[in-house]
Ligand binder design. Structure first.
Ligand code: NOJ
Length: 755
């Protein structure tokens, strides 16, 4: 090699290496404010002590409380999940601090998903409020309550975009849209963590499940998630990018395999995308036994290989299974894992422990819980969020709101079920705190005006023996309020349903109610979009309440009797039936889009019609092409008029911003909130783009007759997309922009990004 050539090569390679190091360094935890303390500890730790930090256990794994304590004393554990109680946790921490060799505190994790003791609406309901501040507040309250019993870390928010209402965990997500999932990610992380993680009333958040878990085929939990890179980058990853930007302290890997590689062993997604590209500097925990389950997937031959693959992929802490504990030392001795990887994992974990202030004060003030749990202010926020999460789907002839003093037949299996209204993942919720619809109706409207007959004891009840009581209650009343839906156990993890229709004999109950000739108001409490095609015509008004939490009763009574006005909008498309799934608003444009004029209903096809393919469009012969209710949909007791869409320019450069405005007028009789939505469509791009994409929204309050101009700005961060390799690109060309009430309506303008 000539000297000149060598020099040229060095000049070429050095910046590349230097650049790579720089990128890695930026994302490295060794750069943080606790770097010296962490290095100090790492220097003192034995390999066993390091591996212990990487292990999270459940107390149930130990034969006795003493056995758990002994394991802490012997430096075998870095984290525990599912212990609570200030005194209990303090004792475990005391053993870790005072009796283990190096005195490293534990980090105590728990699923605090939509509240701790005060239960807020399920996350899907929170998303329906489109109220970031209120969601943040609910998470801050959950953090306070959880911290008061010794919890340092929650496994929330779940920000898995999902487009399948059969999937039980849709209850835990913010629905089908990456922007709404990003909003919930930001709001919850800011709420849980506050400004300062060392504040004793904040806890570390965990963005989960990285990544693609919501794409489970058929909505069957833990199922395959084939996700082309284009969709990974544009749909499933953006909420995680937002979570990292919002400062999430931890991230959890997912159970699913993604394009053949288990998410928990996915080196590219974890090390390249999450760490290097997004700069995530907290720690990464597996899901429950998801490292060991790589053996079941058939990706790892045994626990040893699973441990090697997970660590190499960048998983810092193992939840529940013990492949790290059992194998890492041997893997290190055999040179199959690097000490550097172990040190990095331990450093990441210690970093979060330092941030939480656990080294300075690992103990919780035991008097805190009494003054904090289900504090009246917490209940107020729970009521407000429950109110704002409810979506009014139908209101014929202004059936709602009811006048106070109206005689109501209150029926249905969820009208007085303090436990069921709480929804999924409520380990620490207490049904004794719940205020049911029956409680609230009696309080708001008087017991004389409330004729209660649930008709069915629970949502799946097949016995109609209670129906005669229902008929009697209706005979004594002017209107029927039917609280139907799903028991809480029917949604959440591993709660897939193949059919979405209301379970048990609820349809029959509604048929009975509708047969009496009195207005029927149907309130649905459920963890997912249920199939309303069969029942919606039986009701004059429908309020979709999700599982609203502790304050379900007062929130619904406020809405039903007009003390407040519904403002929620759907975070997910409601299909007409399971056969329409997946159906979501932001689908890519088809070459043969269906329109109101060009789709053919099955009944319109003549008998023995000649086979032909012309004029065929993107629809089902039976259901057509529109859903039952579109994304973003939700009515109000008031009405709104959208007018005068204006854009600041018809043409902008990539670097410029565009302002889009419209006037929204409250044309009804109630002071009300409206969620005004901004959508765009990139009309021609190097990759086919969705027919619409939500880019922003504002929730505005308007008095009757009042008009407001809403202003949105769009810039290059809104107007581009990710190519399959993850690079972000804004392409010149024409765009549509809408200011809209929901995804299927709106005022439209056009603009162009010039070369
Ligand atoms: C499994 C779930 O997938 C995850 O979301 C949860 O945080 C863990 N179990 C711990 O309970």
């Amino acid at each position: 090699m000539t000297r000149v050539f060598k020099l040229a090569l060095i000049l070429l390679i050095v910046p590349i290496i230097f650049g790579a190091c720089k990128a890695e360094k930026a994302a490295s935890v060794h750069d943080n404010q606790y770097a010296n303390e962490i290095q100090n500890l790492l220097r003192q730790m034995t390999i066993e002590e390091k591996i212990a930090q990487m292990s999270q256990v459940d107390p149930g794994f130990y034969q006795s409380a003493d056995a758990l304590k002994e394991a802490i004393r012997n430096d075998e554990i870095g984290s525990i999940l599912n212990v609570t109680g200030a005194e209990n946790v303090n004792e475990l921490q005391r053993i870790a601090i005072e009796e283990s060799r190096l005195g490293i505190p534990l980090i105590i994790g728990r699923d605090v998903i939509h509240g701790f003791r005060t239960i807020f609406p399920i996350p899907l309901g929170m998303a329906a409020s489109w109220n970031e501040e209120l969601v943040r507040e609910s998470a801050a309250i959950a953090a306070k309550e959880a911290a008061s019993v010794g919890i340092n870390w929650t496994f929330a928010p779940m920000i898995d975009v999902t487009r399948d209402p059969r999937w039980g965990r849709i209850a835990e997500s913010a629905g089908e849209d990456p922007l709404l999932n990003s909003m919930v990610a930001r709001a919850m992380i800011h709420g849980f963590q506050g400004d300062d993680l060392s504040n004793p009333l904040t806890i570390a958040a965990c963005a989960k499940h990285f990544v693609g878990y919501g794409a489970a085929e058929g909505g069957r939990d833990y199922n395959n998630t084939p996700i082309p890179d284009y969709y990974l980058h544009n749909l499933f990853l953006p909420p995680f990018r937002e979570a990292v930007n919002a400062g999430a302290a931890t991230v959890m890997t997912a159970f699913n395999e993604i394009n053949g590689i288990p998410a928990t062993g996915h080196k590219h997604n974890i090390r390249q995308i999450l760490r290097k590209e997004y700069g995530f500097n907290g720690f990464i925990v597996s899901d429950w036994a998801s490292i060991e389950e790589m053996i079941v997937h058939g990706y790892s031959a045994d626990g040893k290989q699973a441990a090697q693959q997970a660590l190499e992929a960048g998983v810092d802490m193992e939840m529940a299974s013990r492949t790290y504990t059992d194998n890492l030392k041997q893997l290190l001795d055999e040179g199959k894992v690097k000490m550097e990887w172990i040190d990095e994992a331990v450093a990441n974990i210690l970093y979060v422990k330092f941030q939480l202030g656990l080294f300075e004060n690992p103990y919780v003030d035991v008097s805190l819980a009494d003054s904090l749990l289900v504090h009246p202010q917490h209940l107020e926020v729970a009521k407000k969020l429950a109110e704002e999460s409810v979506v009014l789907l139908k209101n014929e002839q202004n059936t709602l709101p009811l006048k106070k003093g109206t005689k109501v037949a209150l029926i249905g299996p969820l009208a007085h079920q303090p436990y069921e209204q709480l929804g999924t993942w409520i380990f620490d919720g207490d049904e004794n705190d719940s205020q049911t619809v029956l409680d609230a109706f009696i309080e708001f409207n008087g017991s004389n005006n409330t004729h209660f007959a649930e008709g069915l004891k629970y949502s799946r009840d097949q016995s109609t023996t209670g129906f005669s009581d229902v008929s009697r209650a209706i005979a004594q009343s002017d209107v029927v309020v039917a609280i139907v839906g799903e028991e809480s156990i029917l949604s959440g993890e591993a709660k897939t349903l193949a059919e979405l229709k209301l379970p048990g004999k609820q349809e029959e109950l509604l048929v009975l109610a509708a047969s009496k000739g009195k207005p029927v108001i149907m309130v649905v409490m459920a963890g997912r979009p249920t199939g309303l095609l069969q029942t919606q015509h039986l009701a004059d008004a429908i309020l979709y309440a999700w599982h609203p939490g502790t304050m379900a009763g007062p929130a619904l009574a406020n809405l039903i009797f007009g003390n407040s006005v519904p403002s929620g909008k759907l975070p997910v498309t409601f299909p007409k039936g399971e056969g329409q799934i997946p159906i979501y608003y932001a689908h890519n444009m088809s070459g043969r889009p269906a329109t109101a004029d060009n789709w053919v209903h099955i009944d319109d096809i003549p008998v023995q019609a000649v086979q032909h393919s012309l004029g065929n469009t993107n629809h089902s012969l039976d259901y057509g092409f529109t859903p039952l209710y579109p994304f973003g949909y939700g009515l109000s007791y008031s009405s709104f008029e959208y007018s005068n869409i204006e854009i600041s320019d018809n043409q902008i450069q990539v670097s410029e911003t565009l302002t889009v405005t419209a006037t929204i007028k409250n044309t009804g009789e109630y002071t009300a909130n409206e969620i005004v939505q901004l959508y765009i469509r990139d009309l021609s791009a190097s990759y086919v783009r969705p027919v619409r994409e939500l880019k922003n929204y504002q929730k505005i309050e308007l008095q009757p007759g009042e008009s407001k101009q809403v202003n949105f700005t769009l810039d290059k961060s809104d107007l581009g997309f990710y190519k399959p390799d993850g690079t972000y690109i804004v392409e010149p060309g024409k765009f549509n922009v809408w200011i809209a009430e929901h995804a299927e309506t709106g005022l439209m303008a056009e603009f162009e990004i010039s070369e």
